[in-house]
Ligand binder design. Structure first.
Ligand code: COA
Length: 304
């Protein structure tokens, strides 16, 4: 769905959306669901990593837009992939920090020796919780899924840095339809509602800060980082983060022009595209950074 398609739904234009966000298109699920896309992303990640489904100990699916409550998306992935040994559960609600938080959860299990092989998936059909009458939000979001396989190794473990600030949660909300008083909830509250400027200000301040914290916590200099893979929300946010860190914007790859903001799927989709293009080299240090509803934000350093 390109910006001109959006302009048929709400008062906006391709020019306005490109200028303010960098988004040109977004992919909207047709028959696919959060679960079916999670399965496909998981299948491709395992194939890409040369890992058999039977080797997987844990499947984590980060999503705020699953089509199922029970069984969880991760158990559906386990069944469909034949990952018979794996335990699966979903991480809901971490939203656009979701992939980074799921990655950190996986790393904690690997570091403690509880599991040796983890499949981490971010999958979203945000189109189902988007208010297509609200031009402040519907221009931003898209659907998609991505996945990564993490394995225990003897290499260095990097400490993540994460934060939550529930006091500022009102900046980005979506009320559940699954409550006793659902008939009294205004329909627009059951779609994502956002104070765009508040979220923008939060992101451009907190993301460079947390990247600075994670580099310091791990005694890594910015010059040692090959690329910064940020949650793909808005081109202006990514550019502002680069500027505040004093790092060249070329070290901040982007694909939001093609997919919009796919919440917990954005980082693994970008990681996969960079990997497929040969841009990631073994041993390179990479920063992942997520931010979003909660409010929540966090960053991790990893070695490819
Ligand atoms: N098309 C055209 N005009 C629009 C519009 C749209 N899609 N959305 C808002 N406007 C109008 C507003 O009504 C306002 O008009 P007014 O000055 O006559 O009142 C004007 O544009 C400016 O609105 P504002 O909300 O200040 O725009 P903005 O520059 O803050 O851009 C966002 C809006 C949503 C693009 C921007 O705030 C943003 O990207 N925020 C971060 C959101 C985000 O990334 N969230 C997810 C984080 S995980």
């Amino acid at each position: 769905m390109d910006n001109n398609d959006i302009a048929k739904l709400v008062e906006t234009s391709d020019e306005w959306i490109r200028e303010r966000t960098g988004v040109e298109r977004r992919h909207i699920a047709g028959k696919e669901t959060t679960v079916s896309m999670a399965v496909e992303a998981g299948r491709r990640a395992l194939a890409n990593a040369g890992t058999a489904p039977e080797e997987v100990d844990l499947i984590l699916v980060s999503t705020i837009s699953s089509n199922v409550l029970l069984p969880c998306a991760a158990c559906e992935v386990q069944k469909e992939l034949g990952a018979v040994k794996a335990t699966g559960f979903d991480l809901g609600g971490a939203a656009c920090s979701g992939f980074v938080f799921a990655y950190n959860t996986a790393m904690a299990f690997l570091a403690s020796g509880v599991y040796r092989t983890v499949l981490v998936i971010g999958s979203e059909t945000l189109s189902n919780i988007t208010n297509w009458k609200d031009r402040g939000t519907c221009i931003l979001f898209g659907d998609g899924a991505g996945a990564a396989v993490l394995k225990a190794s003897e290499g260095q473990m990097y400490r993540p840095v994460t934060h939550s600030d529930g006091a500022k949660g009102a900046a980005l909300t979506c009320e559940s339809r699954y409550t006793k008083n659902w008939k009294e909830i205004p329909e627009e509250n059951t779609y994502m509602k956002m104070d765009g400027q508040a979220v923008f200000k939060f992101a451009v301040r907190r993301v460079p800060e947390v990247i600075g914290e994670v580099l310091e916590a791990n005694s890594v200099a910015p010059g040692d980082i090959s690329c910064y893979i940020l949650h793909q929300a808005n081109r202006r946010i990514v550019e502002a983060v680069a500027k505040r860190l004093g790092e060249p914007v070329e070290k901040f790859p982007m694909n939001l022009q093609e997919y919009g903001n796919t919440s917990s799927a954005s980082i693994p989709i970008l990681l996969d595209e960079l990997n497929q293009s040969g841009a990631l080299k073994k041993g390179q240090k990479i920063v992942l950074a997520g931010f979003g509803a909660g409010l929540s934000w966090g960053a991790s350093v990893l070695e490819w």
